[in-house]
Design a protein around this ligand. Structure first.
Ligand SMILES: [Zn+2]
Length: 235
């Protein structure tokens, strides 16, 4: 950024302060989305450092997964939940992209992303996409791709319009997510024998990720790992 642009941005921050979604304090010029203090205090899960962690246990016996992690803990009452809300509903998916780019730098040393070939976002049903205007998981995948230098492939289709997942019971959600995702027919050959990183914003019951994984595993030789920006406490 040149001096003038920097000065302009600083001035804009004075008159139209951008606020940290977590603490509500005004952001300074080099804090693009979340303030430094809140980012440092992010309730990280560190699940990637644990063998057979709680997220991997969630899928055990349901679908064969290589590895799984969520970057931070999601709790409804936590001010950090606002990040997920803003990404999904308040037209701020760029914050998600920025945060997953950061997460990828943070997690890279753990080896979590080693030997992953391609990143696949969980798709949004076309009717929801039309309403919201974007798929937040696309942005999360893009952020990971930015840091890891891996391609993003939109290999999945959402085939059923399902109602708001948040209002349904666990069994209902599970039933609803079954068969709701399918592989785009043109992507089978491209994904054969690849280690796929499937990406979503948050995991609660795991039904969506399970259904998407099943769809990906119909391709020969595919292995699937899971990354979510956040996860409910699963223990
Ligand atoms: Zn803050």
């Amino acid at each position: 950024m040149n001096k003038l642009a920097e000065w302009g941005k600083a001035l804009a921050d004075v008159f139209m302060p951008r606020l940290c979604p977590v603490c509500g304090n005004a952001l300074v010029a080099d804090e693009p989305y979340i303030c430094r203090a809140c980012l440092a205090a992010l309730p990280r899960t560190h699940l990637e450092d644990i063998d057979f962690n709680t997220m991997e246990q969630l899928f055990a016996g349901k679908v064969p997964i290589e590895r799984a992690t969520g970057y931070f803990y999601y709790q409804k009452s936590s001010p950090y939940a606002q990040i997920l809300f803003d990404i999904k509903y308040r037209h701020c998916p760029e914050m998600g992209q920025w945060l997953t780019a950061h997460a990828a730098r943070d997690l890279r040393a753990s080896g979590f992303f080693d030997d992953v070939d391609v990143i696949v976002p969980v798709p949004l049903h076309p009717s929801k996409l039309a309403k919201r205007g974007y798929n937040q998981s696309d942005y999360l995948a893009r952020g990971l791709s930015q840091t890891l230098g891996l391609p993003v492939v939109n290999a999945l289709l959402s085939t059923h319009a399902h109602g708001s997942q948040t209002r349904r019971g666990a069994t209902d959600r599970w039933l609803n997510a079954q068969h709701a995702y399918a592989l785009r027919s043109s992507h089978g050959r491209q994904l054969a024998n690849k280690h796929i990183l499937l990406v979503d914003d948050v995991v609660t019951t795991g039904a969506t990720l399970e259904a998407c994984s099943h769809a990906l595993l119909t391709v020969a030789g595919v292995r699937v790992s899971l990354f979510t920006l956040a996860t409910a406490r699963l223990d």
